[in-house]
Design a protein. Structure first.
Length: 186
């Protein structure tokens, strides 16, 4: 039960960028490329659509903070030793670019929510709820690591520099997201 709640919230968090890009497209449909006009559009959006703007801003903050909070609430596990490591930050980008382009082409809320539900189901069923594109902005990196037993795992690691050697992952304390995915700091 707890794992399903965790997966549910992590999936919403990882697909929230679809909602953000849809609303940003709606907000920034401009007739002219003028900074003062952009300022007027933003002010009118604040004035006439405060609930949508609140959901967009507050929802985005929540969708970044909640997955980190949820995963940190789980028990620490020791990642003993990695035999191989590969940086895979860019391997998830094509999927999210697809979501981005779909959200840019949707014209109304009903279609947006229908597409969002389909994307949500796809991400939930595929088990890739751990990839949140917002993590890239927070200096997290995604790695595929292979243990000495030959088990491949995904490690999401917050670090200032990219890990280049597998020995840099030895004896890390990580939090489990699902059976083969962990998150932590270096």
């Amino acid at each position: 039960m707890i794992n399903n709640i965790r997966r549910f919230s992590l999936t919403i968090s990882s697909t929230w960028i679809f909602v953000i890009s849809y609303y940003l497209r709606k907000l920034f449909v401009l007739q002219r490329a003028d900074v003062s006009f952009l300022y007027q559009v933003i002010l009118s959006y604040i004035k006439f659509h405060p609930v949508r703007l609140g959901i967009l801003v507050f929802g985005t903050v929540i969708m970044v903070v909640v997955p980190i909070w949820i995963t940190r609430a789980s028990k620490d596990e020791l990642f003993a030793k990695a035999k191989l490591i590969e940086l895979v930050d860019n391997s998830f980008v094509p999927s999210y670019l697809g979501y981005f382009f779909v959200s840019m082409s949707v014209d109304n809320y009903v279609s947006m929510w229908a597409f969002y539900c389909l994307i949500y189901i796809f991400v939930f069923c595929s088990g890739s709820e751990y990839f949140n594109p917002m993590f890239l902005f927070l200096k997290y990196h995604f790695y595929k690591a292979e243990s000495e037993q030959g088990v491949q795992t995904i490690i999401i690691l917050k670090s200032n520099e990219v890990v280049r050697k597998s020995s840099e992952l030895d004896n890390l304390k990580l939090h489990r997201i699902n059976n083969l995915t962990y998150i932590g700091r270096k």
